[in-house]
Design a protein around this ligand. Structure first.
Ligand SMILES: Nc1ncnc2c1ncn2[C@@H]1O[C@H](COP(=O)(O)OP(=O)(O)OP(=O)(O)O)[C@@H](O)[C@H]1O
Length: 255
């Protein structure tokens, strides 16, 4: 049974149809990326999956006992409220020290437990939000533009960590991203949304599809070239001399 099965989903907000005819199945351990222009309904779909919104039509079936972890775009911190990372991870309910430490390690920041939230960089904050989602031991991890505001290096590092999380925990990942050229090597499948599913498939197939190009314009060709370049570079990495040349050109995207 799939982790999640969505058929002909329709979501209406404020009297307006935001999503229509959405079909989506998620299997264990898949990484699926949702792309789409602003206002295309990506966050609405995630919010419907976690149960924060009720569909107006169609079917949404979660596998019985499914646990979902959710990583939002950013963490809003009250500057008048000092709080350590460990304390934050113990809200709203207390966790064992081992569970907190394991979640921080899985998020790639085992050293952050005693730090003040306010002292963290944007990238570190996102890792803490990832750790908080991992505390739930999710079968499915949802990320809503979790790298917004991070630079190239921070974004690439974050997605590398996501791949590690999938490898180590086996959870499926559904993530919203505007940076298809960055996430495409991480994604098994891409779904392009514009209130309905415009196209879907492997990252390369979606990037090359007319529907995607109509939405995102001519820059998509550059993204595909970038992706191919990165793949070539990975193959070159087998040769130490070529790997050094590759590293000099690296934008910090590949593993
Ligand atoms: N509570 C609401 N009531 C009415 N309309 C809403 C509500 N929430 C969202 N919308 C509308 O639904 C549409 C889709 O919003 P959503 O946030 O899902 O898009 P998105 O693809 O995630 O956009 P972005 O890339 O800008 O984050 C938008 O036009 C938005 O204005």
């Amino acid at each position: 049974m799939p982790l999640l099965s969505i058929d002909d989903l329709r979501v209406v907000l404020g009297g307006q149809t935001i999503l229509e005819g959405i079909d989506l199945k998620l299997e264990c351990g898949e990484i699926v990326t949702l792309v789409g222009p602003n206002g295309s309904g990506k966050s609405t779909l995630l919010r419907t999956i976690i149960g924060a919104l009720t569909p107006a039509g169609g079917r949404l079936v979660r596998r019985p006992g499914l646990t979902i972890g959710y990583v939002p775009q950013r963490l809003a911190i009250d500057p008048t409220l000092p709080m350590t990372v460990t304390r934050f991870l113990n809200l709203p309910r207390r966790r064992s020290r081992e569970a907190v430490q394991q979640a921080l390690a899985q998020a790639g920041v085992p050293e952050l437990g005693s730090q003040q939230l306010l002292s963290l960089s944007g990238g570190q904050r996102q890792r803490v939000l990832l750790a908080r989602a991992l505390l739930e031991k999710p079968d499915l991890l949802l990320l809503d533009e979790a790298t917004q505001g991070l630079d190239h290096r921070g974004t690439a590092d974050f997605y590398r960590q996501i791949e590690r999380v999938r490898r180590e925990t086996g959870c499926a990942i559904l993530m919203v991203s505007h940076e298809l050229h960055v996430v495409m090597r991480t994604s098994d499948r891409v779904i392009c949304l514009d209130r309905h599913v415009c196209c879907q498939g492997t990252p390369e197939r979606v990037l090359a599809s007319p529907a995607y190009q109509a939405l995102f314009g001519p820059d998509t060709a550059d993204a595909l070239a970038f992706y191919r370049h990165e793949h070539l570079r990975e193959k070159d990495a087998a040769s130490p001399a070529l790997a050094q040349v590759g590293a000099a050109h690296s934008l910090g995207v590949s593993a």
